[in-house]
Ligand binder design. Structure first.
Ligand code: DGI
Ligand code: FE
Ligand code: FE
Ligand code: FE
Length: 188
């Protein structure tokens, strides 16, 4: 197995410095959210460390990994930005030996979301939106909501992504809409 330090070295070596800063920001935010909302800070830290490991891999390589390993080929018909989450979870399992299914799922669903998101899924997905380096329009409002409601903040995050995709006339992966609806229908 890899130690956390070895994982950090391997993952940071596989991406530009700017993206590694983002990963460190997501780790920091994910641990804060885990402590705030009763999650597991160690799992949040590990999932955040892993979440974008494939983000800068060539798209054709990401597509090949999905095809050759019977992963979710439905993704191939949508925005290529969705692929790195699926690939990252696979690589975390088979190249880095991560066996914790909760952590692997949080990596796998950090971009698309899913119906029935676990606490850890929500923490990693929201941390990805609000880490200190993010500066997209509306991020301050999502950070404010994150102080008091994990679900409301995450709904606002998905709303912002969906609005952005609509604005650009891009296709939307249906699971993102289902994830957002499910959060609204089941929030506590
Ligand atoms: O990898 P990051 O940039 O840190 O963030 P991410 O993994 O959440 O990727 C988000 C990008 O994916 C964002 O620029 C929007 C794009 N995207 C394209 N189609 C979809 C999508 N995101 C979601 N959630 N659903 C889509 O259908
Ligand atoms: Fe990502
Ligand atoms: Fe995200
Ligand atoms: Fe990210």
């Amino acid at each position: 197995g890899y130690t956390r330090e070895e994982l950090m070295a391997a993952i940071s070596a596989g991406m530009p410095a700017k993206r590694w800063q983002h990963v460190e920001g997501v780790m920091e935010s994910a641990v804060i959210l885990a402590k705030r909302y009763g999650g597991d800070p160690e799992k949040a830290d590990l999932a955040a460390l892993l979440h974008d490991l494939a983000k800068f891999w060539p798209i054709d390589e990401q597509e090949a990994i999905i095809r050759d390993n019977d992963l979710n080929t439905e993704l191939l018909a949508y925005d290529k930005q969705l692929l790195h989450a699926e690939v990252g979870a696979f690589i975390a399992r088979w190249d880095y030996g991560v066996g914790d299914q909760e952590v692997l799922d949080a990596v796998r669903y950090h971009t698309s979301g899913r119906i029935g998101m676990t606490l850890l899924d929500k923490i990693v997905c929201l941390a990805d939106y609000i880490e200190p380096g993010r500066n997209f329009p509306g991020v301050e409002r999502i950070r404010e909501l994150a102080e008091t409601s994990l679900d409301d903040a995450l709904i606002a995050g998905f709303d912002s992504t969906i609005s952005f995709l609509l604005e650009k006339h891009k296709v939307i992966f249906p699971m993102t809409v289902l994830a957002r609806n499910d959060l609204i229908q089941n929030k506590t």
